[in-house]
Design a protein around this ligand. Sequence first.
Ligand code: DON
Length: 382
Amino acid sequence: MTLLFAMRNVPEIGLALRCAVVRASIAVARADRRKRVVVETDVEGIEQEVSTGSLPGWDRVEDLVGAAHARYRDVDDGVVADYIPVLATVDPGLYGVCVAESGGAVHGAGDTEVEFSVQSISKAFVYALVCEEFGHQDVLERVGVNNTGLPFNSVIAVELNDGHPMNPMVNAGALATTALMPGASFGEQWENVRGGLSAFAGRQLELDDEVYRSESATNMRNKAIARLLQSYGRIEVDPLEVVDVYTRQCALRVSAHDLAVMGATLADGGVNPVTGERVVSGQVCRDTLAVLAATGMYERSGEWLFEIGLPAKSGVAGGIVAVAPGKGAIGTFSPPLDPAGNSVRGQRATAYLSRTLGLNVFASAPRVAEHPARMPEGTESR
Ligand code: DON
């Protein structure tokens, strides 16, 4: 021990020792990695194309969407959600991948038109509608924009933050957000939610009555969260009615195609690129995507951003939407989930397309090297 201590004080040996300790701890972490839940992507060897102003040409996008579907079709990891009983009855083999460009083109492979309940993905779009109504500052103060670092249905997160929901993408923040939807009655609020999400999708979305009833009969936890928010004065209206509107919004039926178009509307400054309808403002899109980047994949948001580099939102029925601002969006559907509640095939397909389509918002390459002529005369490259 004394010898080790003495060795540490010799600068070179001390550094070597520290490096050895770091290496050993990295080796332990590597060995341990399989046991932990991380964002699993399976894109080793797939080149990261850099993020540029536009997507590749039509044929290339078609090919890559087809490849993203084929590459992960036979992955059979993950478990279908069953805490909402009816979700457990879905076919786990369903799998669809879709890309909608901000120019309006849509590319799909697999089960892109099969409908499923939107679940938590609705939170992103209801948040955008509420931001459109109340503006940046009020919504920021009321529901917050920070990751709680805790699971989506955490009660303790509310307690730890003195009743502030903190994060509009977890259930507490989503309930506080839904409570702000415009409407003179809960019925009107619900119709405004449905109408707003339909405008994002570019078609009338319908309620899945079976999912709505199944979740209504089992959502004691959400009712408890709503009551807790009420006790802190964060919901001024009837909390159980708020839960009802929220449960309906989660039970809206969408397809992977719809998710791609809904995401592409956020990528396109708030104009649906297929219908041409303005749904929300450009500022609301920017705010919503910032919140998705920070919190859309719950306590996995940092890992998701690190691996995939796109604002995204998942739902327990197996949908994921990921948005590349200015370019378009990816919508995927595959019901088996990882332990964090994210679709296993969906996150792999999204990672593959983020890489191959050059969507990762953090991926760049030096442009000066390509275009030395753009440097003003006499300027030195840094
Ligand atoms: O409130 C719930 O628990 C569900 N309606 C939605 C949860 C959800 O989608 C979480 N997503 N990954």
